[in-house]
Design a protein around this ligand. Structure first.
Ligand SMILES: [Zn+2]
Length: 85
């Protein structure tokens, strides 16, 4: 039995071979979505909060969440992605 299976990105809903946890919330996202969220101005804050929570022993940190502005910025990056493909 193969352990390989199709995975869907929680954020852009595309099939992907690899998935990683978002720094902002509990979404399991593809590498494209990951690189896009790293471009958000609030990424550093999300990462710092994650590191801080881990240091305090919280290994199930929910993340700081995506603000409406963050979600909008990600949506625009995804829209561009479709055009350039
Ligand atoms: Zn994605």
């Amino acid at each position: 039995m193969s352990i390989l299976r199709k995975i869907k990105c929680d954020r852009c809903l595309e099939d992907t071979a690899a998935i990683i946890m978002s720094m902002f919330n509990r979404d399991h996202i593809c590498m494209l979505c990951k690189s896009e969220e790293q471009e958000l101005p609030s990424y550093e804050r999300a990462r710092d909060a994650d590191v801080e929570a881990y240091k305090l022993g919280n290994k199930n940190f929910e993340g700081i969440g995506l603000s409406p502005a963050d979600s909008e910025a990600l949506m625009q990056m995804r829209a561009k992605r479709v055009i350039t493909n």
